[in-house]
Design a protein around this ligand. Structure first.
Ligand code: SAJ
Length: 431
């Protein structure tokens, strides 16, 4: 083991986390919890102020966990110069798509510029933001060696994809971490450092392998969700209950993983990450038909959901225009307040464009956020009898599904929630 790898393996070193969002903050808190010194940096002064006040903006980090970390090794700053005191820098900034669904690396580039300004001999720099294969070599290595530092002697570079499942119980330290150094020397240092942060490190032979493994993980999900969304449309045409079909297939103890239909695919990962791979593939003149088709099918689900609602209203001689429709759940998945890229919003906007009057019940997202989208908030316990139909778009545990089905004439359940809870009734129709 090299001297530098040994340092990370044995000493109490200082980590610098750049970007304190849903990836960076759990990482910083985990590092502090495991006895390391941590400097958390964010470009947003308001976020820094909020964190220093002990208020966590990230659902997966409680205020108590933040307070404990602040009391044992974690300090939060908006001053990038503080990062010169770190031995390792972890870049955890957003990697969204641009207007034409091309990778927007502006956040990564800005963070790498910060790294370039504070990098010093002995540092490990690890990029965690999801991106296309080659980014770490193309962007990080030049930035950290431009000032004269020598790769694998003065500075070590790796990619290690974030694996956060917002809202899930499992914590950062317990999730196996893929770690890919840009060279064997960098890999040894990165592996030693991450072994102090997570229980299981899975080393791979390059940063590209690590970059691509993350994209495979999420492309796998996007493609399989699209497959079941297409199956759901076919099953409906054949008057077959797709939810029962999946439940039956899932009894197979090997070779099958259940995915479920829905009104579309939301969040800041699954709709976006596969497009990083598609973009890189286009550069290499390689077709990515599965990615392209999955995106097409998943993107079409909000319109399919609207057609199903229109058909149900039509059976009751009610046009969509003028109908009072209750959207239930606008978060992109259950039990979290995040509505980014939420397919629920696509469904409701399409209905509003067809003249429906939309109200929204989402006890997790909350009335202010609902109103910010231009929809009328409805609280649990309000009188729901004036609605013509409700559409269950995200099945938060906090929802009283039974009361909902008793209050409105019809509920289109796009999540199979009623079946899962064993609730039946004439008002309930499954996607
Ligand atoms: N969805 C379906 N059907 C399914 C599964 C999901 O319609 O069978 C929809 C969800 O409703 C949601 C979207 O797809 O709108 C994404 O769901 P998700 O469960 O993948 O949730 P994310 O994007 O918050 O988290 C994912 C991680 N999810 C899981 O591992 C279960 C994982 O893929 C990544 O670690 C993470 O994104 C990330 O940060 O990349």
């Amino acid at each position: 083991m090299s001297e530098r790898a040994r340092y990370f393996a044995e000493e109490t070193w200082t980590g610098g986390v750049i970007g304190l969002g849903y990836v960076g903050l759990p990482l910083a808190v985990t590092m502090a919890h495991r006895g390391l010194e941590v400097i958390g940096f964010d470009v947003s002064p308001s976020r820094v102020e909020q964190l220093n006040a002990g208020i966590s903006p990230v659902e997966d980090v409680t205020d108590a966990e933040l307070a404990a970390a602040l009391g044992s090794g974690l300090s939060i700053t908006a001053d990038p110069q503080r990062l010169t005191a770190a031995d390792a820098l972890f870049v955890c900034v957003p990697s969204p798509l641009g207007r034409h669904r091309e990778p927007d690396l502006s956040y990564i580039e800005a963070a790498v510029a910060t790294v370039a300004a504070v990098v010093r001999p002995g540092m490990l720099v690890s990029l965690e933001s999801t991106t296309y294969p080659g980014t770490t070599e193309d962007l990080v290595i030049p930035a950290v060696t431009n000032g004269g530092l020598v790769l694998d002697e003065d500075v070590f570079v790796a990619f290690s994809p974030e694996r956060v499942n917002p809202g899930a119980e499992v914590k950062t330290g317990q999730i196996p971490k893929v770690v890919g150094g840009v060279s064997p020397a960098s890999a040894a240092v990165a592996r030693a450092a991450y072994a102090r942060i997570v229980d299981t490190v899975h080393p791979v032979t390059s940063a590209r392998v690590a970059e691509m493994s993350k994209l495979l993980e999420n492309t796998y999900r996007a493609v399989n969700i699209a497959l079941i969304n297409e199956m759901a449309q076919l099953a409906h045409q054949l008057d077959i209950d797709i939810w029962e079909v999946v439940e039956a297939a899932a009894t197979k103890p090997f070779g099958f993983q259940a995915f479920y239909p829905g009104p579309g695919v939301g969040g800041h990962c699954i709709p976006l990450d596969p497009q990083f791979l598609a973009w890189r593939a286009r550069e290499a003149n390689v077709a990515t038909r599965f990615i392209d088709l999955a995106e097409q099918v998943n993107k079409e689900m909000p319109a399919y959901t609207v057609r199903r609602i229109a058909d149900l209203l039509n059976e009751r001689r009610s046009p969509v225009a003028g109908s009072r429709i209750l959207g239930v759940g606008i978060a992109y998945k259950p039990n979290i307040a995040d509505d980014r890229e939420s397919a629920s919003l696509d469904v409701l906007r399409l209905l509003a464009r067809r003249g429906a009057e939309i109200a929204v019940l989402d006890p997790v997202v909350g009335a202010d956020r609902i109103a910010s989208h231009g929809f009328t908030p409805v609280e649990a316990g309000d009188d729901l009898t004036e609605f013509d139909i409700a559409v269950l778009l995200t099945d938060h545990d906090a929802l009283d599904l039974e009361a909902l089905a008793k209050s409105v004439p019809l509920v289109l359940d796009t999540r199979g929630a009623y079946r899962r809870h064993g609730i039946t009734g004439d008002a309930i129709v499954a996607l």
